[in-house]
Structure formats: C-alpha cells, structure tokens
Write a protein that binds this ligand. Structure first.
Ligand code: AHR
Length: 499
C-alpha cells in the first residue's frame, strides 16, 4: 500500500521537549536493588551503582527520571532513607508486598541521577501522608542551609541543594489499589493545599496533580474534572498513565495502541480546557504522561501473601519485536502532542517492565523496546512538525478503523535537519512512503535511516542473546526529485534523518 504526507517547516506543533524522553525508577521489584544499585556487582562503582546500567541509561538518552514511585510512594517515609545506612529501618512495602531496606534513599538516588546526567521528578507521598511531610522533603531537597532539614542534608554529604523543580503530588490516588486511595474531592483538596504550601517556599516549582490511572478507569474524566476544579490555579500538569498489551492475541489492535494514547491525551486536554473555561482562566494546563509502556498486565502475578522478600522478581516482562514497534509508535503519539504533553516517563527503567534488563552479578542488556526509544531521543531535534498521513485504513476490534501508517517529524531550523519517525502497522504488506520536501533545502539527503523489524515478531533479547533484535539500516530509502521515498516492512518502526 501507499502512504504519503506533507511536511512543511511552517507547520510546527511545539519545540521538541527533552522531558518527553523521561523514565521512571520505582522502589519496586529489582528496579533499584540489583537494577541500578548492586554494590557487589563487578561493575559497581564506589557508590554501589552498576556502571553497566549507568552506561545503558546514558545511551538510552533519558532526560528526566520519576522517583521513588509509583504505588510504592503512597506508603513511603522518605526520612527512612537518609543518614547512616546501618541505622536505616527495614519496612514493609504494602504496594508490592516486599521488604524495603532503605539502603538507597534520596541522597544515593540523587548521586546516581548526577552520574546518569538526568533531572529528577520527585513524587510525594499523598497516600498516607500530607502537607507537612511534603514540605519536609522539599526542605531537605531544596532549602540551601540553616534550617534543620537543610543542615541534615548537608551533614549527609550534599552541601548544595538538589534544586528539584518538578514534583508529583502523589500517585494514582484514583485507584482502589493505592494505599490511601481517595475520592476526587478528598484528593483535590489535599493536592491544592500541598501545592499552595510548597509554592510558598518556591513559587517556581512545576507541580503535577494526579490524573487517571488509565482511560478505562470508571472515574476517568470526572476525576480530572473534579480534581482540576479544586487545583487549577495551583498546578501546572495533570498526570496520565497508560499501559498496553495484546489481548487474546489481537495484534491488529495492539499495534494501534497509539490511537488510544492520542484519544486519551485529547480527552484529558478537553477536560482540562473545559475546567479552565468554567473558571474563566487563560492558563492552559499540560499533561505529564509519567507512566506509559507495554505491560503484559494479564500475566501479572501478585506476590504470594505469605512472603515478604527483598527485591523480588516482579513484572520482568521480556519484550518482543511487536512490542518495540508499539513503543516506537507511542513515542510518535507523544511527540505529536508536544504542545500539551511536554513531559513523559516510560515505566520503568530497569528490570520492571523496562528497556534495560540485568541479572544479579551478571550482565545488563537492551530489550527490544530500548531501541526505538534511544533512536527517537537521539534524533528528535528542533520543532515537531504537524503531519497528517494519508494511508489505507484497517479494521481493529478495539479502536475501529485505523490508518496502517502513522508518522511524525521534527525539523531543526538551525541545522536544517529533518527527521521522520514512521510506523507501518500492516501485518502483511510493505508500505511505500512518499513525502514531498518542498519548503526545505533542495539539497536534503538521507543521512541515516533505521528500522526495527523482524520476520519473527516474537523474537526477544535475552542474557544469552542480548542482540538478537537490533535496529538495522533501512535500505530502501532515498530522496529523489525533492521527495523522500521509502519502503517500510510490515510491522516495522523506522526513523529517517535528512540533512
Ligand atoms: O509501573 C508499575 C506501577 O503501575 C506503578 O507503581 C503504578 O503507579 C502503576 O499502577
């Protein structure tokens, strides 16, 4: 089939936001312990961090990391994780039915983030805690000196404040599974007062109110509406979380997951804007899509209720080729909405539904989904361009008729570089892509082109075969007579950079 779209440097959506390429480290399963941190590992540095994981994190191109949860944060006492490690308590983590040793806390994580070169988006516990504890952790993180908590931080080795600017006001409090689950009204009031107090110290903070845990939540949209009525003036972002998986082997719908992400974003934007209109506010809220990924949730086994283990193996999904194509297409959706979604975190970074896997004492490797993320983070530069692909539709059970080809592009006005990110969702035919480049430098040529595709859609990367699935160069691509032409394999994701 044929697919085409117009590209015009004047049709910009927004600048590419580096925060689109965020990730998430939760104290969950083996994300922290034996993920980023494993003092006995052969690659561990003096602080106990696995350097193999640090290197892969840098290669992934991550910009911001949400920490320390997740469901975990809703029962977390941040002060358990500071000071001499020997004095730190072991606690129950009710969210994942495991034991938290608190060996890693704020100061260790901030050190790791410095080494990884990433910003930290700090999530506050508004499940079991409230305004005072939020103020305390803010003081510990950000107050320069002379106060009790700032001096405590300095005594713990961090002379300078950490300068965290983005705070999540809790996590998934709309979900009945959340410790301290709340009604929209209960949560909205708490979030508004917490935000007001935090801003009294630091008016410039960027604050994220909890949105829906998923678009299928029974309270979806009414939760946003009620929460935003109470918090609109105090916050900057509303969060969104979405996880996708093939259901009953329905690959066609699964490959169209980004259609659902588009719909989710559009619905939250519409809801937020309607609250803004009711409040006669000119302020436009943004979305922090701070949990998204493929997650085989239907395979998820809750931990045995009789067991309390440290860093158990939880949701260590192995990702295949189709999953990587979907992740690439979800990044296309996020980029397309850069005007309203300037921040997003793939959940999570290591082992727990993650692009990076490790074995304790053993190797670290890139899962299939690592590749579209790393390539998009590296190549998306400048402005996001509006793209309206014309392509045949195919029917899906879950999302109706869906275009076989979806795409987005970025253009860097300074270098003149143009990059196209494109997915072919067809399961049986290649797509012939034709994109006229009028409006750009006549000299544009393909500088690099990558594709993620494999005849075996189920192929995965493992400790023994870590590079079974990697991107290959896209061969059938060229600029001819001012037109980009490419052939895209069935079920493939590709990126084409032109200079
Ligand atoms: O990322 C795994 C979990 O998914 C998070 O802890 C929670 O916020 C979401 O339900």
């Amino acid at each position: 089939h044929n697919a085409s779209f117009r590209l015009d440097p004047a049709f910009t959506i927004a600048p590419v936001s580096r925060r689109t390429f965020g990730t998430f480290v939760e104290h969950m399963g083996r994300c922290v312990y034996t993920g980023i941190y494993e003092p006995t590992h052969p690659t561990a540095d003096a602080d106990g961090f696995r350097q193999d994981v640090l290197e892969l994190t840098r290669e992934l191109g991550v910009s911001v990391v949400r920490y320390p949860g997740g469901n975990f944060v809703s029962g977390y006492r941040w002060e358990d994780g500071i000071g001499p490690v020997a004095d730190r308590p072991v606690r129950r983590d009710l969210a994942w039915h495991s034991l938290e040793t608190n060996e890693v806390g704020i100061d260790e994580f901030m050190r790791w983030a410095g080494k990884a070169g990433v910003e930290v988006m700090y999530a506050l516990n508004l499940g079991t805690r409230g305004v005072q504890e939020a103020l305390d952790v803010q003081e510990y993180l950000n107050h320069p000196d002379r106060t009790r908590l700032a001096e405590m931080r300095r005594a713990n080795g961090a002379d300078e404040p950490y300068g965290v600017t983005m705070f999540c006001l809790g996590n998934e409090l709309d979900g009945p599974w959340q410790t301290g689950h709340k009604t929209a009204h209960e949560y909205g009031r708490l979030a508004a007062e917490t935000a007001r107090a935090l801003r009294a110290a630091e008016p410039w903070l960027e604050l994220v109110a909890v949105g829906s845990s998923g678009s299928s939540m029974p309270t979806f949209a009414t939760w946003e509406s009620e929460v935003l009525e109470l918090t609109y003036d105090q916050i900057d972002y509303i969060s969104a979380h979405a996880y996708y998986e093939p259901i009953d082997g329905d690959l066609g719908s699964f490959l169209a997951s980004a259609v659902d992400m588009d719909h989710f974003i559009n619905s939250v934007v519409a809801t937020a804007d309607s609250v803004g209109a009711r409040l006669k506010s000119r302020k436009r809220l943004k979305i922090s899509f701070d949990e998204w990924n493929v997650w085989y949730l239907r395979r998820f086994q809750a931990v045995q209720e009789t067991e309390w283990n440290i860093a158990p193996r939880v949701i260590e999904d192995s990702y295949n080729v189709a999953d990587a194509v979907v992740v690439g297409s979800l990044l296309i959706s996020l980029l397309r909405h850069s005007d309203r979604v300037p921040a997003a975190c793939q959940a999570q970074l290591v082992n727990v539904i993650a692009p990076i896997r490790t074995e304790p004492g053993g190797p670290a490797w890139r899962q299939t989904i690592f590749h579209p993320f790393a390539i998009t983070a590296r190549l998306a530069r400048g402005d996001v361009l509006r793209v309206e692909p014309a392509a045949p539709l195919y029917p899906t059970d879950r999302f109706g008729d869906v275009p076989v080809v979806d795409a987005v592009a970025t253009h860097d006005p300074e270098s003149g570089e143009v990059t196209v990110f494109v997915v072919n969702r067809s399961q049986d035919s290649a797509a012939s892509l034709a994109v006229p480049l009028a409006g750009f430098a006549w000299s544009l040529q393909v500088a690099e082109a990558w594709t993620l595709h494999d005849d075996d859609l189920e192929a995965t990367n493992t400790a023994d075969a870590p590079d079974r699935v990697t991107p290959s160069t896209l061969d059938e691509v060229s600029v001819v007579d001012g037109e980009l032409r490419a052939t895209l394999a069935p079920v493939s994701w590709s990126a084409i950079r032109m200079t």
